[in-house]
Design a protein around this ligand. Sequence first.
Ligand code: SF4
Ligand code: SF4
Length: 347
Amino acid sequence: MTLRVMEKGDLASFVERLIASEPGAVGPVRKDGKHVFARLASVEDLDLAYTTTLLPPKKYLFPPQETLLRFRLGAPPVVEPVLEAPPLVVIGVHPCDLRGIWATDRAFGDDHVDTNYRARREAITLIGADCLPDEHCFCTSVGSHLPEPASFDLFVTDIGDAVTVEIGSERGRALLERYARSREATAADLAGLQKRRHAKEAAVKARLNVDVQMLPLLLESVSTSPLWEQLGAKCLSCGNCNLVCPTCYCFDVGDLMQLNLEEGERIRRWDGCTLVDFATVAGGHNFRREAKSRVRHRYYRKFQYLMTRYGRSFCTGCGRCSRSCLAHINPPETINALLAEAEREEA
Ligand code: SF4
Ligand code: SF4
């Protein structure tokens, strides 16, 4: 890993040149008091001093709705695959959202390679940026507070008067060489980086009271906990927690016919396991009819089934579901309550 340093003014020039020269650049933009990832028209649009965005950058890899193919009925029918993957630079991605992209890379690239996801993934350049947490972040509990070396092209950390830039790929190195003025890092810069990271770790207040690696085991022992009943009674089945989550990747596929009933499109849209009809199958049977089983399923996806398979939590600790849940259901309280219950039973 190579570490370079840029003066703050040089970072602004770098971003300005990226926006002017690359086919597309997006980043965190302030909108109606919140932050969203959106197209950057100039460096003034970019606001790197943000805690979180409403939706994660996942939306550029796996859009909320996309056309998979167009078809025309006839003899023979005509089918044209649709694959849109324009080059894009995504600026300001936090470590937890880089971890989210690691998770969707697994989901769309391991057993069944998803061609559309893969093409967009290859077309996207990721420039990460470090952050300071709010009261909902619990990234340190799931090990997603630091940028992983293979997860970004460049990663920027504010160390006061300057920023450090970690180079994560040859693509990132080429961008830096082409558009930025930077220098080698000194011992003082490294000390500044360490200080900033320690300050971030100290600022994370929400936490899981259990080693994340123990969670599959814990969840195995609490599948009949009364807590699921209580959470099910509170849950509105609104699906917000699924929509905002960087690692939720469920979708539905349907055909949209034109009025001429001859042509149409196959569409996929985000779906969510907390929605009432998510588990309804042919014949009308819903195998997760009760809210408690849907809420429980969501937790088992994040901390049990996929963790057992990949050895890492499929929750990044980003806190988006905690912020958006009108019923105040959130992972730290849920996991800590389950842990307390397991400990009481053990005593
Ligand atoms: S956001 Fe909260 S209320 Fe809505 S489905 Fe998720 S857990 Fe239930
Ligand atoms: S489950 Fe909640 S905290 Fe965890 S990654 Fe998803 S939105 Fe973030």
